[in-house]
Design a binder for this molecule. Structure first.
Ligand code: SF4
Ligand code: SF4
Length: 447
């Protein structure tokens, strides 16, 4: 991977009209449908249900157990009755979900206890029990990321508060409203990981969060608040690492081998909350915005609530929806209808009206090179496009491997700048999906 010196220079409109809106709790929904995966992606891992239809469940009770490192424990987000364990389509993937009819009581699971870990192993086990995953979108279990500390010393923890995507302000509100939990999270990582340096990277378009956290940590020399220029994709792992520390992680290299881990600020807060309350991950803050939404808001929502209920809590729609996204305008995952359900990794629901959702028809590439010039990772999206046109699957895979398609973080910068409106990021995503499948089927020559 060849990172450029002037990394991430794309200036986007922010559309962060909800930044000044404190997160409010939405009404208790009549039912939730909790997907057994934290995100909608073809590589997401499912957890195993441990309840049956007809069971009574309480808030925080484990209802599905992780199957491997990529999955997380799933907990009931409302109290009530399990009415279904059923197939669920999730964007470009499919899986299973547990349906719970709410009894309206939000009765807490009586078995919940405040964790008291005595050493790193116990701490990691507690984080594992919490079911917290990366809430910035990646959805990788936090315990698995922190477990890198067992293999080597993590000197620097980079806390991602950049939130560079248009529309989304959920992390911004977390930084303003939960400074105490950010502090608690840092204390836990100091105690159990032994990390000495904590950098909280925040884009300059959040001056109130920068000021508040600078004041909170003014007497702690281990914590540095780092204002970052408001350019996209400032919050991407590789970009943030480079801009905050000057370090570059090479392809195939583990971040922890540099003595660094990156954790999203909302993930840190959710983890800390578990150690304060004993309540595992059953809810989160999301931003609801977009031209079709009547009253954009930051909402505290139970995992598994339908987009329809979320929209209802925002006064409904003022126009027919043209596009429904989980996430922001650049990297958001399209959803087919308001019947989609909030997952752990859903940080925003952006609903655009039909006019805004209209796509401009792509025209032939004019070889201007803008997509290559803008890519923060120095990749060549036109080469991926060329590869995807090849009929021979082995040749296609070889070219995709050579051009390192799997390094692409799907930030969308290349599509954004393309004057021919070519769907480059979508093509990259298809290329990654093809290559993953091909490598699985050809383990001997796949890597
Ligand atoms: S989406 Fe485009 S700009 Fe972004 S990393 Fe991938 S190739 Fe580069
Ligand atoms: S930006 Fe668009 S038109 Fe220009 S080289 Fe890339 S794909 Fe071709």
């Amino acid at each position: 991977m060849s990172l450029k010196k002037s990394i991430s220079s794309l200036k986007l409109p922010h559309y962060k009209s909800t930044a000044g809106m404190a997160a409010v709790r939405m009404p208790i929904p009549k039912e939730v449908l909790i997907p057994l995966s934290p995100m909608n992606a073809h590589h997401a891992t499912m957890s195993e249900p441990i309840v049956q239809v007809g069971d009574h469940v309480t808030v925080g009770q484990m209802i599905a157990r992780e199957k491997d490192r990529g999955a997380s424990h799933i907990h009931a987000s409302v109290s009530g009755t399990v009415t279904g364990i059923e197939p669920y389509a999730m964007g470009n993937a499919s899986g299973t979900a547990i349906r719970i009819e709410s009894d309206g009581k939000m009765e807490k699971c009586p078995d919940l206890k405040i964790p008291q870990p005595a050493n790193l192993d116990e701490f990691l086990q507690c984080v594992r029990d919490s079911g917290v995953v990366g809430l910035g979108g990646a959805a990788y279990p936090v315990w698995a990321k922190l477990s890198a500390a067992q293999k080597g010393h993590i000197s620097t923890v980079l806390i991602n508060g950049a939130e560079c995507e248009p529309f989304i302000t959920a992390d911004h509100r977390v930084m303003l409203e939960h400074g105490d939990l950010i502090q608690k999270g840092i204390e836990l990582l100091k105690q159990f990981l032994g990390s000495e340096e904590f950098i909280i990277g925040i884009e300059e378009n959040k001056p109130d969060a920068i000021a508040q956290l600078t004041e909170r940590f003014k007497d702690d020399p281990a914590v540095k608040i780092m204002p970052l220029s408001s350019v996209y994709p400032q919050g991407a792992k590789q970009v943030l690492l480079y801009n905050a520390t000057g370090k570059v992680v090479e392809k195939g290299q583990r971040l922890a081998s540099l003595g660094v881990i990156i954790i999203n600020v909302s993930s840190l807060v959710k983890m800390a909350e578990y150690f304060v309350t004993g309540m595992p991950m059953v809810e989160r803050i999301i931003t609801v915005d977009g031209s079709a939404v009547k009253e954009p808001k930051n909402l505290i929502v139970p995992i598994g609530v339908s987009v329809r209920d979320v929209v209802e809590a925002c006064g409904g729609l003022k126009e027919e929806p043209g596009k429904i996204l989980f996430g922001g305008a650049m990297m958001g995952k399209p959803q087919e209808s308001l019947d989609a359900h909030i997952m752990k990794a859903t940080n925003a629901v952006v609903i655009m009206n039909r006019k805004e959702a209209l796509k401009t028809e792509p025209s032939p590439c004019i070889h201007c090179g803008r997509c290559v010039a803008v890519c923060p990772l120095g990749l060549n999206p036109t080469a991926f496009a060329r590869a995807m046109e090849l009929e021979d699957p082995a040749a296609k895979a070889a070219l995709l491997q050579k051009e390192q398609v799997k390094v692409c973080m799907q930030c969308g910068c290349c599509s954004y700048v393309c004057p021919a409106h070519r769907p480059l990021a979508e093509n990259n995503n298809a290329g990654i999906g093809f290559l993953r499948k091909w490598e699985k089927e050809h383990p001997e020559g796949g890597k």
